[in-house]
Design a protein around this ligand. Structure first.
Ligand code: NCD
Ligand code: ZN
Length: 348
């Protein structure tokens, strides 16, 4: 069966591009589908001030294929040393679209993150005052808490206290994975919104152990039980305004993934819209794809909706995605476990 839809050019509100050669290799997959992306700051060292954000933005633009219109939206990485001045400078210069809270130790390159949330209260106050959105990696890091419960726990231990301290602070609960997060976001909208990834709409925790251990399905937060995946799918295909796309596409080389202590992160960028069109079509909600990819997020961030459209076409033969070469290494593309027929046709 063939098909064709045209949607407003989409945005990816959570993307890891890395730097150097990896940046150059992974960026084309994003710019072919997305007009803008919110770029995560967890480089080594992290992007902690407006100057570093601006330099990184220039490196991304320099790596863009020619004749491509792409706008990287930059973020600041919050540490316990971030000052109110850092926030004001970055917000006033218009250099960053948000600041990101990584609980220290929660995920890849989060060691410089925040250990005690109280330590950044003055910074949160300042963000609320200048209306700079806060993006949160929503997992507690207490090793005594089961890894599958860390997101739910984060709601009570971190998110709700922040909400009480700063009720007007706009917060994005990033890459949510649980039914509890879905209902928390629903009941705290419009101050709170959430990004949802492509892979968390496709895999549940069984995929991690299908016939053996599957490092390419390892990401943080971990995929949860099937009932949680169903809750995420219902939230996005229902067209609710507080949920929008953030792929969390997170490239790592094969040697970093296939390692006794392998890295968390799934590289989904090349297949993002193909997977989403497949899922929305299967749910009978193709007409709601555009809200999720191209409207809800821009409205939350108070950005203009993109002009221009993107055509997605459904062909008759399954798409093939090859690993990307990086030096003498490679980066595997996410395998959804089913054939993909939808692809980007051409911008119009
Ligand atoms: C991300 C990365 O590799 O930078 N990894 C991941 O599993 N999602 C970091 C993050 O967003 O947690
Ligand atoms: Zn991420």
């Amino acid at each position: 069966m063939s098909g064709r839809i045209s949607i407003r050019r989409p945005d990816d509100f959570h993307l890891h591009l890395r730097d150097g050669e990896i940046l150059r290799q992974v960026l084309p997959a994003t710019v072919r589908q997305f007009a803008r992306a919110l770029i995560m700051p967890n480089l080594l060292p992290p992007i902690v001030d407006a100057h570093a954000a601006e330099q990184y933005r220039q490196r991304i633009l320099a790596a863009c294929p020619e004749a491509v219109e792409f706008e990287p939206l930059m973020t600041l990485y919050l540490t316990e040393n971030t000052t109110g001045r850092d926030i004001v400078q970055a917000a006033e210069a218009g250099t960053v679209a948000a600041a990101k809270l990584y609980p220290a130790g929660a995920t890849t390159n989060s060691d410089s993150g925040v250990r005690r949330i109280e330590a950044i209260r003055p910074v949160l106050d300042r963000m609320e005052a200048v209306d700079l959105p806060l993006c949160v990696h929503g997992e507690v890091t207490d090793p005594a808490i089961d890894v599958f419960d860390r997101e739910e726990k984060f709601i009570d231990v971190v998110l709700e206290p922040i909400r009480k301290w700063n009720p007007d602070l706009r917060i994005v609960f990033e890459h949510i994975t649980t039914a509890e997060a879905v209902s928390y976001v629903r009941s705290n909208s419009p101050a709170v919104a959430a990004t949802i990834t492509v892979h968390h709409l496709i895999i549940n925790r069984n995929h991690l152990f299908m016939g053996g251990i599957r490092p390419h399905y390892f990401c943080l937060p971990l995929a949860k039980r099937e009932i949680h995946r169903q809750a995420l799918l219902a939230a996005v295909t229902g067209g609710e305004a507080m949920f929008f796309l953030g792929t969390d596409s997170a490239p790592h080389t094969e040697s970093a993934k296939l390692n006794p202590c392998g890295c968390a992160g799934i590289f989904t960028a090349p297949v993002a819209l193909s997977c989403l069109a497949h899922l929305f079509e299967e749910a009978g909600s193709l007409s709601r794809l555009e809200a999720f990819t191209s409207e809800n997020g821009a409205r939350f961030y108070r950005l203009k909706l993109n002009s221009g459209h993107l055509v997605l076409e459904k062909g008759n033969s399954p798409l093939q995605f090859r690993p990307l070469p990086v030096g003498n290494e490679s980066i595997q593309v996410f395998d959804p476990g089913f054939p993909l027929y939808w692809d980007v046709a051409a911008p119009v």
